[in-house]
Design a protein around this ligand. Sequence first.
Ligand SMILES: *[C@@H]1O[C@H](CO)[C@@H](O)[C@H](O)[C@H]1NC(C)=O
Ligand SMILES: *[C@@H]1O[C@H](CO)[C@@H](O)[C@H](O)[C@H]1NC(C)=O
Ligand SMILES: *[C@@H]1O[C@H](CO)[C@@H](O)[C@H](O)[C@H]1NC(C)=O
Ligand SMILES: *[C@@H]1O[C@H](CO)[C@@H](O)[C@H](O)[C@H]1NC(C)=O
Length: 476
Amino acid sequence: MTYSWRALCLFHILSVSAICTGARSWQEKDIIATNVQVRSASSVFAFTSSKGKHSKKPHHKRDDEPVDPAPGPSSIWEPCTTKGCIFNVLTFNAVGDGITDDTKAFQATWRAACRSESSLILAPAYYIFVVGQITFKGPCKSNLTFQVDGTIIPPTELSTWAKLKNKVQWIGFYKQADMTLRGSGVVNGLGEVWWSQPCKEKTHGRQRCPSPTALKFYGCINVVVRDITIQDSPQMHLKFDNCQQVQVLNISILSPAWSPNTDGIHLQNTGYALLENLVIAAGDDCISLQTGTTDVLIRNVVCGPGHGISIGGLGQGNSQACVSNITVQDVFIQGTQNGVRIKTWQGGSGIVQHVKFDTITVINVQNPIVINQFYCDDKNCQNDTAAVLISDISFRNIQGTYDQLHSHAPIYFACSDTVPCRDIKVDNVELLPSEPTTFPSPSYCLNSYGASDPFCFPAVCLIDDPVIEDSEEYYC
Ligand SMILES: *[C@@H]1O[C@H](CO)[C@@H](O)[C@H](O)[C@H]1NC(C)=O
Ligand SMILES: *[C@@H]1O[C@H](CO)[C@@H](O)[C@H](O)[C@H]1NC(C)=O
Ligand SMILES: *[C@@H]1O[C@H](CO)[C@@H](O)[C@H](O)[C@H]1NC(C)=O
Ligand SMILES: *[C@@H]1O[C@H](CO)[C@@H](O)[C@H](O)[C@H]1NC(C)=O
């Protein structure tokens, strides 16, 4: 361990709010305080904004601190340099008054914590931290925990964002391995100022104003996000891109139905993910799985309002899409546009395969079961013969009601002439109109092959699988 690391941990001992592992006596603290020049403090405090002086912390920047002191003795702070230090953002001059910009304090806390093993970053309860666009860069030493017990909000002025070149992310974690983000706190994107912008109106399916995703992990391995609440994101709430071994456990995502494009959880190029015990209310898909997602288990989810749990849209702009080994089970979906859905654009290639939707309850959902190979949220979609192949998809134990007035069909399979959907299985499905006086709607099938249990209601219009030669063009 280098001297600066000992100094950082020492720095924590000096504060009331941060402690390091290992029991310490007052005497030890006194020795540390009197004998050692805190080298890291100067770099940490260099980030302090002038507003930081309202901080209630017990120590202050000292202008007379040497920039580069001689290395201190090594033995007595050794416990801190090993593992388990707590890095409280308040120690790094975060104010948490809901007004002062704490971005630099968070960045400084991260830099410090990142360099030692099993660090715990703490954003304590009852404080409201204003944090602007920030990327926490890794890789850090392993087993970092970021504990948010307070509330984190972005700057409310849109002008703060206007200066930024890239507006598509608020809080990012880049190339992080073995990390946990947890806590009883809230990440609140204060998205309302974004949602109501005139440029949020779609023009040919495109938004003219990109808006930030609240929390984004890029290039991560073995990351856990648990217990926190993510609320009112300007756009998506929680996104994983290029990640492996992701767990999202026991979190709540809360945004109103009318908030545009506020997907709950979005996975892309991500494998081996477990999404479990989630409550998601959003203005777009509760969970959205994009290309490159494989081996994902989603279970115990309450979804609504929102657009349901979706695979896709895949294959946009003639792209290749690959999604496989997805299980969605024990899900309760209420008042959403869709229940469980696979959607692909015309003109794409690749395959969606080995997908199981099992034990889903739907209440007043417009379209409970959907496969749509003609997905288009753009008025200019061209007809095309190419398509993403959809194969080996099962729907089992799906019960509930649908909003008939706004429904295409309770079971809707629209597949292409040239690349029909195959090996679709439907078992033990019972869907009734939520308004009991109305006449139930039939299922809808176009170019859809597979088998169903004859007791499903409505009766499923799938036709027996033809013998199809496997074609390599659909493999990923
Ligand atoms: C990881 O870090 C947490 C918090 O600092 C600690 O409680 C836990 O024991 C650490 N786990 C390992 C395997 O080091
Ligand atoms: C789930 O998260 C809430 C809120 O943070 C917490 O109080 C609760 O203990 C968590 N439950 C589990 C099983 O971890
Ligand atoms: C999907 O799961 C099967 C076993 O169930 C496994 O053989 C296959 O490798 C998995 N595919 C991917 C892409 O992970
Ligand atoms: C695409 O095909 C559909 C059905 O075959 C047809 O109604 C529609 O006009 C076509 N659209 C274009 C842009 O060619």
